[in-house]
Design a protein around this ligand. Structure first.
Ligand code: BGC
Length: 350
């Protein structure tokens, strides 16, 4: 951890704690004379992963002794701003935000920091851009993209086909993570694309990460290139699902390599059934638990440890970035099952 990031976080904690003490217990041992209230504003609950995040976050906050208010914006910036406004007027002591759009949500930081006393903001999984957001927690998202791209490069080498023809589907342009996944994929694919080992037939963004948009892209590729497609580099399991639906209409399921991310239950089932080739396991319960601990620490004058930094266009945001693991049918038991995300029987249904 850099000294700078420790100092930034400690000084933030102290200034927030001073504010809390002023309206709380008056500066005694307890920072607040009541239970701390933590607000969580989610972009969406559409993908199963966000339900895991929500439940784990709530459970950890409550175990620590805090109350939690949770809102979800259904992929709508205006609704998310309204949700944040509601949480702030409802008196949350800390605000945790998984942004629909990280640029738009700079406004949430501004609103939170202008409360009296200022309310600290934690960017959860998605960075809030160009703003003095207090802390960011996520995974190393460029590395996630590299893991997906590297998987493609290895699949191309194993196939013996040259060029190995792929379709690339990115996530939502409004999501900074989607840009980071693409960046990591670009880095991993570049040598194979430059050497002609891999050819990108078509690439496009999936608005709001919707599976139906992924299906449209896959349909367009199938219309243009027929069955001459070796792989679909989908950026998450939801969009992989849309791509697989398009492939199934052409009788191509299992014949085309499809990537993903999130290790959703349906995706793990698809791994063992053979319709999806890989996913990325992100330890969501740990991320959510850590976010809850950090949020709670802000209310308790405790130092917050954020060992990494990520630049958000304004400054190097103190950050916690967790590791991710590539999952295929061969290690699903040693990863997702071992970590109690799902039971073996839920994944191996036959
Ligand atoms: C997250 C992914 C998720 C996607 C769609 C991204 O920001 O990192 O895990 O699949 O959003 O919700």
């Amino acid at each position: 951890m850099s000294l700078k990031s420790i100092l930034v976080v400690v000084s933030l904690v102290l200034s927030v704690a001073i504010g809390l003490a002023l309206r709380g217990s008056g500066g005694g041992a307890a920072v607040l004379s009541r239970k701390p209230l933590i607000g969580l504003s989610l972009d969406t609950l559409k993908e199963a992963r966000w339900q895991v995040d929500r439940d784990a976050f709530k459970a950890r906050c409550e175990a620590l002794g805090a109350e939690v208010k949770i809102e979800s914006a259904n992929s709508d910036d205006n609704v998310q701003i309204q949700n944040v406004t509601g949480l702030l007027t409802g008196g949350v002591d800390v605000l945790v935000v998984a942004s629909h759009n990280g640029v738009v949500m700079a406004k949430a930081v501004e609103m939170a920091h202008s409360q009296k006393p200022p309310v600290p903001v934690i960017a959860y999984d998605r960075l809030i851009m160009n703003s003095p957001v207090d802390v960011y927690l996520s995974f190393d998202n460029v590395r996630v993209g590299k893991q997906q791209g590297q998987f493609m490069v290895e699949a191309a080498a194993k196939s013996g086909k040259k060029p190995f023809k792929i379709v690339r589907m990115y996530g939502a342009k409004s999501d900074n993570n989607a840009i980071l996944f693409k960046q990591g994929q670009d880095e991993a694919l570049k040598p194979a694309i430059d050497s002609g080992a891999i050819q990108v037939l078509l690439e496009d963004w999936c608005d709001d990460w919707k599976p139906e948009n992924a299906k449209k892209i896959a349909n367009a590729a199938l219309t243009r290139f027929g069955h001459d497609i070796d792989a679909i580099l989908a950026s998450n399991d939801g969009t992989a699902g849309g791509a697989i639906q398009a492939l199934s209409e052409e009788g191509l399921v299992g014949k085309v390599i499809v990537t993903g991310q999130d290790a959703e239950l349906v995706a793990c089932q698809r791994l063992v059934q053979g319709s999806q080739s890989m996913t990325i396991y992100k330890p969501l319960k740990q991320l959510a638990g850590r976010a809850a601990e950090l949020a709670y620490a802000f209310t308790q004058r405790k130092a917050v440890v954020a060992p990494d930094t990520v630049n958000n266009g304004k400054f190097d945001v103190p950050s916690v970035l967790m590791d991710t693991v590539v999952v295929t049918k061969d290690n699903v038991d040693d990863t997702v099952v071992k970590d109690n995300m799902f039971k073996h029987e839920q994944i191996f249904t036959k």
